[in-house]
Design a protein around this ligand. Sequence first.
Ligand code: RTP
Ligand code: MG
Length: 146
Amino acid sequence: RKWNMSNAQQTLAILKPHIVKNPFSLNQVKNIILKSNFEIVCLKRKIISIEEAESFYSEHKGQFFYNRLVSFMTSGPSELMVLARENAIQEWRLLMGPTKVFRAQFENPCSLRGQFGLSDTRNATHGSDSPESAVKEIQLFFPEFS
Ligand code: RTP
Ligand code: MG
């Protein structure tokens, strides 16, 4: 089936603060995104607020890494993107690689997390995990778009 912007699936991607802080990594990640046939439909650079981070990661409240995660994600500007392509949600998660940095580096060193992840928390990127979370996350960060 041919796809185009009107029937392509969408996902929310976040390039996390340590990527945005480093112009070289940021440029490399964006080139990989475009070479992987994603269309960047919307992009904004912003410092995620504590309230947004807490709501975004509410499913992880109570986990040992939750406070560390919220403080990292609010520590500086992130780039938030709506990405579109066929099967965008699954393809973006494949391109990101495993959550844990040691798994990303050993099992999929070419993945974004394999190349750019620094730790399990500073793992370079976020991607929605289902069509329902994609809709919810796009609404949270791009209310003017959805
Ligand atoms: P994401 O939601 O960011 O796309 O990543 P994911 O589904 O692969 O991972 P998830 O289990 O949903 O965890 C969300 C984020 O929490 C941070 N994390 N830190 N042990 C740790 O320090 C730890 N474990 C998870 C990561 O930033 C992960 O992306
Ligand atoms: Mg997740």
